[in-house]
Design a protein around this ligand. Structure first.
Ligand code: CTP
Ligand code: MG
Length: 228
């Protein structure tokens, strides 16, 4: 099977509160999204990298993506939610992807994706029936509270993981799962709702999602100090 990447990048970045969507904010001299796209495009196993942009995206054309080479394909078909955007991307590539090809979905907002993250995911899931996702063990003690914020219980964290991306599933299975899913925030939830069990592949916390302004500083530090 081949491998395709789908990068949902049709969000507005409301929690960041910047003057443009966070995927286009400058990070070490390049648009934030450029970092993850470059790593995905440089992965030999990945045939093509589809970026799902919002229909009216005016920012993409303002930047130079030529350094990323011919694997990169922008699709102006984003939807109202992340899941809608991913599903629109899957539909748009139906002529390209075979049923059993792998699709790696990666958030545009995770610029610190490293090649070892992708290599480990692809290697460990190569013979898996279902697929899976990068994740990290939860580090903090977790409290469940009622509406008045009184602690009801401490949730044992030893079996809890934080989901990251890339999330890697077979094309047809992922598409069917997302077509029947409701209110899912990642691909794995849709696959779980279809009765299947994605596998967690341990990544690390450097692969953070840029959500708030502080995350931008963390991402910059991580990229600058990598390989040192
Ligand atoms: N995304 C998307 N289409 C949407 C919403 C989100 O493609 N309708 C993408 C974002 O661009 C991002 C990823 O999904 O790369 C993760 O979403 P999130 O971090 O929530 O980004 P935003 O939705 O842009 O941010 P916010 O929720 O703060 O508005
Ligand atoms: Mg969002």
């Amino acid at each position: 099977p081949r491998h395709f990447a789908i990068v949902p990048a049709a969000g507005s970045g409301s929690r960041m509160g910047a003057d443009k969507p966070k995927q286009y904010l400058p990070l070490l001299g390049r648009p934030l999204i450029h970092h993850a796209l470059a790593v995905l495009c440089a992965t030999p196993e990945i045939d093509k990298v589809f970026v799902v942009l919002s229909v009216g995206d005016a920012e993409w054309a303002r930047h130079d993506w030529s350094a990323l080479g011919p694997k990169l394909v922008p699709l102006f078909c984003g939807g109202a939610t992340r899941a809608d955007s991913v599903l629109a991307g899957l539909r748009a590539i139906s002529g390209e992807a075979a049923q059993s090809d792998w699709v790696l979905v990666h958030d545009a907002a995770r610029p610190c994706l490293a090649s070892w993250h992708i290599d480990k995911l692809i290697r460990e899931l190569a013979h898996d029936e279902v697929g899976g996702l990068l994740a990290v063990p939860v580090a903090d003690t977790l409290k469940q509270a009622d509406a008045q914020r009184h602690v009801q219980r401490t949730v044992p964290r030893d079996s809890l993981w934080q989901a990251q991306t890339p999330q890697m599933f077979r094309y047809v299975m992922l598409r069917r799962a997302l077509e029947s899913a409701h209110d899912v925030t990642d691909e794995a939830s849709a696959v779980e709702a279809a009765g299947l069990r994605p596998r967690l592949i341990e990544g690390d916390t450097t692969n953070l999602k840029v959500t708030y302004p502080l995350d931008l500083h963390l991402a910059e530090w991580i990229l600058q100090n990598r390989d040192k």
